[in-house]
Design a protein. Structure first.
Length: 212
């Protein structure tokens, strides 16, 4: 098997999973050696063992980065800082794709980006929606769940000063009723307090907008 054949057959896939290569698509003889060579040559990028991405020069379709996050560790959904950026609740661009998972925590670093995973209990694995781009599906936390996950997973103490330092913005997007509903599902008094402080910040932000 040569590179041209491989690219023609697999080029339209957003991500290459070597399990597919061994499932009758190619003769497995020598494929691992070829994959290793192409990786070293920069033609493909290793995301993790057995999972690769075509280098940008050879891609036939645009890869949706949140999709990579979804398939590197299952089940998982993007939350915390990256989800806050996605919902435009913070002004800064976030380079790390942070997700929560019911599996072990972990991190994958490659030329494709940094994908970080934080563990969360199965009972708290909810509050996200599926987003599909170019037939590639990712899972992203809602505004309310993302900010609650942020304080819960990181074990941070919340205050108005902290939210101002975080530069939380566009707080109108946060559904306060849903925020409290979600906070109660954590079954932790601290999370209700988080919801209360965010509500106060929300109110102050709206008053500030009216006085401008």
């Amino acid at each position: 098997m040569n590179w041209a054949e491989f690219l023609k057959t697999m080029g339209k896939l957003p991500v290459i999973n070597t399990e597919n290569l061994f499932a009758g698509v190619f003769d497995p003889t020598g494929i691992e050696v070829q994959i290793s060579r192409w990786n070293k040559a920069g033609k493909i990028i290793q995301l993790k063992r057995g999972m690769y991405l075509f280098a940008e020069t050879y891609r036939k379709i645009e890869v949706y980065d949140p999709y990579i996050s979804a398939i590197l560790k299952k089940p998982s959904y993007i939350s915390m800082e990256k989800a806050l950026e996605y919902h435009n609740l913070i002004p800064e661009a976030v380079t790390v794709y942070t997700s929560v998972t019911t599996k072990r925590k972990g991190r994958f670093v490659s030329k494709a980006g940094i994908f970080d995973y934080r563990h969360i209990r199965k009972s708290l694995f909810w509050g996200y929606t599926a987003v599909t781009v170019n037939k590639q599906t990712a899972f992203i936390a809602s505004c309310e769940k993302a900010i609650l996950d942020y304080f819960y997973v990181k074990r941070l103490n919340i205050s108005l000063d902290y939210l101002y330092e975080l530069r939380l913005q566009n707080v109108k997007k946060i559904n306060i009723e849903k925020l409290f509903e979600y906070a109660r599902r954590f079954k932790k008094p601290k999370m209700l307090y988080v919801a209360q402080v965010i509500t106060e910040y929300n109110t102050l932000s709206r008053i500030g907008e009216k006085t401008l």
